[in-house]
Design a binder for this molecule. Structure first.
Ligand SMILES: *Cc1c(COP(=O)(O)O)cnc(C)c1O
Length: 228
């Protein structure tokens, strides 16, 4: 069985191939290794291989795992890719360097208050519910430009858009739509593409792909202390 390090190298190689094949790739595409549910023991080989950009989807889990790992690897960059509750904003601003899930103005106001208080200014992405699925978070495509304007007006460090396309559909049209929205909004960053579809996302200009399973293996949500 390939090791986690083998998987990392395979993904980086496939990323480069996808960039070469793309007609209009982003100037740079970064790999966010999404380590949610995986313990520090699974993350360490990725750090030892020199990778520094990681994603988590829960504030509590990030707080449980990352302060110790950051003490060992101070140049780690940590991105929040999951839904952010307003009551977790304080801790999120303290531990994350970027937040991909801004989806409502109320959350932006809470972020603004904490950014001022802590003196940090994480990179923000607005999450777009690109397939308009009722069970998914994110602002509707038609409301995206208005939310961009509101978040900008707060003086936050808004840089991009993020999406998770519908699971059962071909992702290309959704990535294309997110790219169009980002261009219309004048936002340079595009967080899109996961284990199964990152090559397509790169073809549509992804600047950040979020890959978990293809690096760390399947997630086991039955283990109550997966965060430890
Ligand atoms: C879990 C997660 C990922 C990683 O998904 P994989 O299919 O395991 O690569 C990417 N983005 C978000 C928002 C996630 O929650």
């Amino acid at each position: 069985m390939p090791s986690i390090t083998d998987n990392l190298i395979t993904i980086l190689t496939r990323m480069e191939a996808a960039r070469k094949n793309a007609v209009a790739p982003a100037p740079k595409t970064q790999l966010i290794a999404v380590s949610k549910t995986h313990p520090a023991g699974a993350i360490r080989p990725v750090l030892q291989a020199g990778h520094r950009l990681f994603g988590e989807s829960k504030v509590q889990e990030a707080l449980a795992k990352w302060p110790a790992l950051k003490a060992e690897y101070p140049d780690v960059e940590l991105h929040m890719v999951g839904h952010l509750q307003s009551n977790k904003v304080r801790e999120a601003v303290e531990i994350f360097d970027a937040i991909h899930s801004v989806d409502r103005i109320k959350l932006a106001h809470a972020l603004k208050a904490e950014c001022v208080r802590v003196g940090r200014n994480p990179v923000l992405f607005i999450q777009v519910n690109i397939g308009e699925e009722p069970q998914k978070s994110g602002v509707a495509p038609r409301d995206t430009l208005a939310l961009v304007a509101q978040v900008r007006a707060l003086g936050l460090n808004l840089q991009g858009l993020m999406c998770v396309p519908p699971a059962e559909a071909a992702p290309a049209p959704y990535f294309g739509l997110l790219k169009t929205l980002a261009d219309e909004a004048g936002l340079p960053l595009l967080s899109m593409g996961m284990s199964d579809d990152f090559a397509v996302a790169i073809a549509f200009g992804a600047t950040h792909i979020r890959v978990g399973t293809a690096i760390f293996g399947a997630r086991d949500y039955s283990k109550p202390d997966a965060a430890q």
